[in-house]
Design a protein. Structure first.
Length: 314
């Protein structure tokens, strides 16, 4: 008899639990409140602010979400929105008004998986962006890239944006000349890659972007070598410029499949007479001149420095 009661109570509890799950999974109409944090990019102001008003939303949501919003929290749920500064109305000094209609689509997108919005009961939000000292600095890429054999990085790593605004005490900002990315690491690369990387921000400093987008171009190459005479440019009349040595060894990395003879016949190594005049030691750095349409990924000249000797012609 006692065992039957235990089985009955367990069955009743399981039934109640299943019923509760079913009830909470159904959709109900409700008013929900959100504390909105707005991020924007305004030079001279803090990068984010919390709205004075609560955003009141009417819509349909699952019962468990409504319970979470109303029963399990003593404060409104947080909602973060990024807006364009042009969408805000400047009231005075650090006060701005943001019409809710301007962010309607972004709010619906942010809450889309939780609630189907019927309407907003809040017309506008008031925000106070505090004025701050700021400085714009370039972003410097830190990378650790490894490539498959005969593949290499083509050009520099591209980042967007390539500079950011820092906010903080004036004396600390004055010491910062650049912001480094966290290391961008990839192995066995043989095709282009892209993504987002966070920035290494010093303590006590805020930033308008905490990450940047990067892209790495990768190409397959072949290495071509040749020996060629050093050409001279801009030599005035009745003067000659000799170089020691007169020939250098050139090594170029070009796209795989490049026709060797056609490419090597279209390049030259040049030094400029004007550089001799400007140089105290007459030591010159030869430069590769590419007369073809084939891009040169990388090149080296041996030796990298030659000596220039000016000769007066009779």
């Amino acid at each position: 008899m006692k065992r039957d009661w235990v089985i009955f109570l367990i069955s009743l509890l399981l039934s109640c639990f299943v019923w509760a799950l079913h009830v909470l999974s159904l959709d109900y109409s409700a008013f929900l409140q959100y504390r909105v944090t707005v991020s924007t990019d305004m030079v001279g102001y803090s990068p984010s602010a919390v709205a004075d008003e609560l955003l009141l939303v009417r819509g349909k949501a699952a019962g468990y979400y409504i319970m979470k919003a109303r029963g399990f929290r003593r404060r409104p749920m947080d909602l973060q929105i990024e807006v364009d500064k042009a969408e805000m109305i400047h009231n005075n000094d650090d006060s701005f008004t943001l019409p809710v209609q301007a962010i309607r689509e972004r709010v619906m997108e942010a809450l889309g998986e939780h609630i189907v919005i019927d309407f907003f009961d809040t017309e506008s939000l008031t925000l106070k962006f505090v004025r701050q000292n700021y400085r714009r600095v370039p972003v410097t890429v830190v990378s650790n890239l490894e490539f498959c054999p005969q593949y290499m990085k083509v050009g520099n790593i591209q980042i967007k944006p390539d500079s950011v605004f820092l906010y903080g005490p004036a004396d600390e900002l004055a010491q910062i000349t650049e912001i480094m990315t966290e290391p961008i690491s990839h192995e066995n690369l043989m095709s282009p890659v892209n993504g987002y990387v966070r920035l290494d921000v010093p303590d006590g400093i805020t930033i308008n972007k905490d990450q940047v987008r990067y892209s790495v171009s990768v190409g397959r190459y072949v290495e071509l070598e040749t020996t060629m005479k050093v050409a001279v440019a801009n030599v005035p009349v009745q003067k000659s410029l000799l170089t020691l040595p007169s020939e250098v060894r050139v090594s170029c990395r070009v796209p795989f499949g490049t026709k060797q003879n056609a490419f090597l016949n279209s390049i030259s190594v040049t030094v400029d007479y004007d550089d001799v005049i400007d140089s105290k030691s007459a030591r010159l750095i030869p430069v590769l001149v590419n007369g073809s349409k084939v891009p040169v990924y990388q090149y080296e000249i041996f030796p990298p420095v030659v000596e220039g000797i000016i000769v007066e012609d009779d």
